[in-house]
Write a protein that binds this ligand. Structure first.
Ligand SMILES: [Zn+2]
Length: 126
């Protein structure tokens, strides 16, 4: 069994595109889902908050127990949980990829953007 980890928005519109993208990108059969409303905003602006620590705990279960081969942080257009401009969200995405690279050194971390066409694109790469 092979796993990858998505730190994804809870938005139902992004689940299938993100899972399909990550299965291909990391050759993973299964995608462990760590979901919050607008996780990129939480991790960019409140990286030491209780909800951020909850995200890290869940990522670490995926990493340490499932031996997840890669991690993605996801942001998307029209996000109810992070209602800021797309350009600002993409800047947060780059900052959060760096944050996660620091927390999980030596592992693959990518940033995915899901735009208005609801397809996932890798826009930040570690
Ligand atoms: Zn969202």
């Amino acid at each position: 069994m092979s796993f990858a980890t998505a730190i994804n928005c809870l938005d139902g519109r992004v689940q299938l595109p993100v899972n399909g993208f990550l299965q291909d990108r990391f050759g993973a059969a299964y995608i462990d889902a760590v979901t919050e409303a607008g996780p990129v905003g939480i991790l960019a602006r409140e990286p030491d908050s209780e909800v951020a620590r909850s995200i890290y705990r869940r990522v670490e279960i995926s990493l340490n127990v499932h031996h997840s081969t890669g991690r993605a942080i996801v942001a998307h257009s029209d996000c109810a949980g992070n209602p800021i401009a797309d350009k600002a969200q993409r800047a947060e995405l780059a900052a959060v990829v760096n944050l996660l690279k620091g927390r999980y050194p030596g592992t693959a971390v990518i940033g995915l953007w899901v735009g208005e066409d609801w397809s996932a694109a890798e826009i930040v790469n570690s």
